[in-house]
Design a protein around this ligand. Structure first.
Ligand SMILES: NC(=O)C1=CN([C@@H]2O[C@H](COP(=O)(O)OP(=O)(O)OC[C@H]3O[C@@H](n4cnc5c(N)ncnc54)[C@H](O)[C@@H]3O)[C@@H](O)[C@H]2O)C=CC1
Ligand SMILES: NCC(=O)COP(=O)(O)O
Length: 341
């Protein structure tokens, strides 16, 4: 048994009114057949108790610190309590839940830095609810980089990658309005993003020579400049510089033809210019088994690919597959990373 076999994954609660509690309870209930790696739920046990009743699931909870999680996992769902201090109604998001949602994320990160968790897995948050409470980050991705900075004093460029069995894709720009994408797409942004992708696919995913297919921005990758200039003026020069550094990046490729079966065999990751260009193919090809991974951080973070799904919270129909895939991927990456170090 290695040291890390004694460490759980830290699973943050996410928005308590969303399906995070449902899928955590469902995953734990099926832990044996799914061969789940042990996790500790970081959140409010009161929410879990009520949700388990609503879902008609018998889930004993064990309030514990991270040290007690692995031994408890077989017989009870380990919970590191982070109290919300308010009643939560499934499917009814409320700004009063935001403080506890954020505290659960911070606590899970603290566990990673303290060497008490092998990696963190986040349940979905509703961005608009957190924004209403004054949260100053577009999502987990950027918030986790800030938390890492607070721990280490160093700055990080976090990169969002969606990974499924059929395709991996990264959006260079993430949660910004589509009208702001062209201005945000600089050579520097593309180069830095690709460097992080290439480095992490080697170090964390075991790909010796990752192949990066870079999408164009405009239809037909700009049609030689006739339909937009960014493909020729920004994306192509960035690719040339990356190739000079020895990174196997190629493109810009027309985005509409780079995701069919045959095209996907030619690369390990699609580097896309904006959120939907990357996330639509990933979710269309594998909504249930794709995972959101943050690259470029000093700790491992994965997440299901879906959101809070308020409309189905507490109804017993939320599928836990993507969370299960996220737990397994965090486990796998942490073992690969440990084996190397
Ligand atoms: N990692 C994160 O924290 C993420 C958070 N979000 C947030 O989630 C909120 C809702 O976003 P939406 O665009 O509605 O996406 P969503 O993924 O929550 O829901 C989209 C559709 O898929 C269904 N669905 C989602 N997960 C499911 C599951 N596990 N089992 C069965 N059906 C499922 C929902 O019922 C809905 O019909 C937003 O506030 C967004 O910010 C969205 C994506 C990721
Ligand atoms: N659409 C993906 C998403 O919203 C996930 O964002 P993050 O919370 O992982 O930054």
């Amino acid at each position: 048994m290695t040291f890390s076999d004694n460490l759980p994954l830290a699973l943050s609660q996410g928005d308590p009114a969303g399906i995070g509690p449902d899928i955590a309870l469902t995953a734990w209930s099926n832990r044996v057949e799914l061969q789940l790696p042990p996790f500790i739920f970081v959140g409010d046990p009161a929410v879990l108790k009520v949700r388990a009743r609503e879902l008609d699931l018998e889930v004993p909870l064990k309030e514990t610190d991270a040290e007690g999680a692995v031994s408890a996992f077989g017989s009870a769902m380990p919970v590191l309590p982070v109290s919300l201090g308010v009643d939560v109604v499934a499917g009814e998001p409320h700004v009063a839940n935001a403080k506890g949602t954020i505290a659960a994320i911070e606590t899970a990160v603290d566990l990673c830095f303290a060497g008490k968790a092998r990696a963190m897995v986040t349940n979905p948050i509703a961005k608009s609810v957190l924004y209403e409470a004054g949260f100053g980050f577009p999502g987990h991705t950027e918030f986790l980089a800030e938390l890492a900075r607070r721990h280490t004093g160093e700055t990080y460029r976090p990169v969002m990658m969606l990974a499924g069995p059929k395709v991996r894709a990264v959006p260079v720009t993430i949660h910004i309005p589509i009208k702001d994408v062209p201005a945000a797409l600089t050579e520097e942004a593309i180069i830095e993003t690709c460097r992080i992708i290439a480095g992490d696919l080697k170090a964390r995913f075991g790909l010796a020579h990752p192949r990066l297919a870079v999408a164009g921005l405009n239809p037909h990758a700009g049609e030689s400049g006739a339909i937009g200039h960014e493909d020729e003026d920004v994306i192509h020069p960035a690719i040339m510089k990356l190739r000079d550094e020895g990174i196997d990046a190629f493109g810009p490729l027309p985005a509409d033809t780079m995701f069919h079966d045959d095209a996907r065999r030619r690369y390990d990751v699609a580097v896309c210019m904006y959120h939907d260009q990357a996330l639509i193919p990933v979710k269309a090809l594998g909504f249930d088994d794709s995972v959101n991974v943050t690259l470029g951080l000093p700790f491992i973070r994965t997440s299901p690919d879906h959101g809070t799904a308020f409309g189905i919270a507490g109804k017993g129909i939320a599928r836990a597959d993507s969370l299960v895939a996220a737990l397994k991927l965090a486990d796998e990456i942490s073992r690969k990373t440990e084996a190397k170090s």
